[in-house]
Design a protein around this ligand. Structure first.
Ligand code: ASP
Length: 315
């Protein structure tokens, strides 16, 4: 611990969820407990220099660009304070990896921004949220920590690699082939690789423009599967779409009918990226590819990367 402040930004999720019966771990309502109440229930945090702010109170399945924009601006504000060591964000698990990837993309912070969560509501017989928060605070306070990471079930994941891989287990997240950044053991981070890279991030005025933008580039995800065809792409083109990410099979392969529609869309000026629907691995690009590869980005992260690229191009 550095003695500096840790800022906790609450956004809702299961970690702030309540159920009418303590043994019910799935029939709860997310985002019910305020961040101050949540922190107040964790006795081990009592003596720490914490500042808490409620940025949102939502089930993260409903996460949106407006909340991301506000969150990025609050992070930028607090990270600029010399007496702040790092930030912890309490968040639902459903879109946690998307928020983490967005924040790393726009902030690339030199201080730690640690997203944490829970798979069980606050009212559970043994909720996992309090330990996750304690671990997240330990990571946010650790000397040398940087970048946007996720802490869940004693494991530290980089924003670029993390993905929710289980619907129910407490250790719902995986970093796939890359492996986790490390682990938290009795309040001590033990690293297995480097923290995410820090960089300048986007200027505040760009973050503000994102937050107030009435319209973001529209990027949709389509999937290649047995029996796929091009009609969904044609329907999207008819509605107006700026970018398409295709969740391709295997190493970026596509049903030939869907591929034909995507190539046509690209010819009409729509940016297309091929990600893989496989949980592990990357789309290995070839020099003669017609449709660009999203590399190791999952479809949901490729969508964010493409939206940011198109937003920057339009600015
Ligand atoms: N639906 C919840 C959310 O993402 C799930 C969770 O937090 O585990 O907010």
């Amino acid at each position: 611990m550095t003695g500096k402040k840790i800022v906790i930004l609450g956004t809702g999720g299961t970690i702030a969820g309540t159920a009418s019966a303590a043994q019910d771990n799935i029939g709860y309502t997310a985002a019910q407990v305020g961040i101050n109440e949540l922190l107040g229930s964790i006795a081990a945090l009592e003596k720490l220099p914490l500042v808490a702010e409620q940025v949102a109170q939502i089930d993260s399945k409903d996460m949106g660009l407006d909340t991301w924009g506000r969150l990025a601006l609050r992070c930028r504000h607090w990270l600029a304070q010399a007496d702040v060591a790092g930030i912890v964000i309490t968040h639902g698990t459903d879109t946690l990896e998307e928020t983490a990837f967005f924040l790393q993309s726009v902030l690339a912070p030199a201080k730690p921004v640690v997203l944490t969560c829970a798979m069980r509501p606050a009212t559970a017989v043994t909720p996992d949220g309090p330990q996750n928060v304690l671990d997240a605070v330990a990571v946010a306070s650790a000397a040398g920590a940087r970048g946007v990471v996720v802490v869940c079930a004693g494991t530290i994941h980089a924003a670029a690699d993390v993905a929710k891989q289980h619907t129910y287990r407490l250790n719902a997240f995986s970093s796939g082939d890359a492996g986790p950044v490390g682990y938290v053991e009795e309040g001590q981070p033990r690293l297995s690789r480097n923290w995410p890279e820090a960089g300048p991030g986007l200027p505040v005025r760009t973050l503000q423009a994102m937050t107030t933008a009435t319209q973001w580039p529209r990027v949709e995800i389509v999937m290649s599967h047995a029996g796929a065809n091009g009609r969904v792409v044609e329907a999207l083109l008819a509605q107006g779409v700026d970018g398409l990410v295709v969740a391709a099979t295997g190493n970026g392969t596509l049903h030939h009918e869907l591929e034909a529609a995507l190539v046509k869309a690209q010819g009409a000026g729509v940016k297309v990226l091929r990600a893989t629907r496989c949980a592990q691995g990357r789309v290995i690009a070839r020099p003669d590819d017609t449709l660009a590869s999203a590399g190791a980005l999952s479809p949901v992260k490729a969508r964010i990367a493409l939206m940011l690229e198109l937003f920057a191009a339009a600015a």
